[in-house]
Write a protein that binds this ligand. Structure first.
Ligand code: SF4
Length: 270
């Protein structure tokens, strides 16, 4: 990597990287599962879940032959179960037709996940831009970067650097690239969190961005009721619906996560 700031971030990361199980693989399927899991679930929970998942379904063909009910049950507790449904649908497409050249043709694979697979599995010089990477680019590398010399390590390093050092509340005192940073000192504590810059500059050639979504409170939400109801269906196979379950049940059915039988009971999808 020619850019000295990127090289310094890689050097920092080489000495400080978290041990994440998916970093040992370059398998497209394994990387894809890790990216989908960790996109909306904490890294610690994703890591344990990913190891279980890979033991159970080590290949895309193994996942394709699983039932959706088993896939949803394995996923349960990670949240946003449509991710599991889409992984399963996509696995069946890949098992039948092979990997598409454009990975975004697969259900649930957006520009960010496609870029992450290209960088972290295929080791192509495509920087996956999640919210952490975008922040680093905005603050420290506004002219964009070239990761062609070492795409896998550069992508991993910049992402973890954005999570841990150039975070929403930046730790500039521990930063290996504070020299020459146009933002150092201009951000601090809560002010930084409030005013973290958004994507204003081009992230560089080949970069793909993850849309930033604001999460609503989980407690008391429809999402929470849906999660509980899906958990009951997966555990019991069939659930008699109470009146206040009906909205959540309709959502599960509409998403293909469960179905209603002729007696109006909620059942597992297959
Ligand atoms: S000095 Fe601070 S703002 Fe600049 S890159 Fe480092 S952590 Fe980010």
């Amino acid at each position: 990597v020619r850019d000295p700031a990127v090289a310094a971030v890689i050097e920092w990361w080489s000495a400080n990287a978290r041990a994440l199980p998916w970093r040992a693989t370059r398998d497209v399927y394994a990387v894809w599962v890790s990216e989908v899991m960790s996109s909306q679930t904490t890294v610690a929970r994703s890591a344990a879940a990913w190891e279980r998942w890979m033991r159970r379904w080590p290949t895309v063909h193994a996942l394709a032959t699983a039932s959706l009910t088993d896939v949803l049950a394995e996923w349960h507790g990670l949240g946003y179960p449509r991710r599991a449904r889409d992984l399963h649908r996509s696995a069946r497409i890949v098992a039948a037709s092979g990997w598409p050249d454009d990975l975004t043709q697969l259900p649930g694979v957006g520009a960010y996940v496609a870029a992450a697979i290209r960088c972290f599995a295929l080791q192509e010089p495509v920087l996956p831009v999640d919210v952490n990477v975008r922040r680093v680019l905005d603050r420290r590398l506004p002219g964009g970067i070239d990761i062609a010399g070492d795409p896998w390590r550069a992508g991993q390093a910049i992402m973890e650097f954005g999570q841990r050092i150039c975070a929403a509340r930046p730790r500039c005192g521990e930063c290996p690239v504070s020299d020459g940073c146009p933002t150092v000192g201009a951000l601090g504590g809560a002010a930084a969190a409030r005013s973290a810059p958004r994507a204003r500059s081009a992230p560089g050639p080949g970069a793909a961005s993850l849309p930033v979504r604001r999460r609503r409170p989980y407690e008391g939400s429809v999402r929470q009721r849906r999660g509980r109801l899906l958990g009951r269906v997966l555990a019991e196979g069939v659930v008699e619906l109470a009146a206040d379950d009906r909205e959540a049940a309709r959502g599960l059915v509409a998403d293909g996560l469960a179905f209603l039988d002729d007696a109006g009971r909620l059942r597992t999808p297959d």
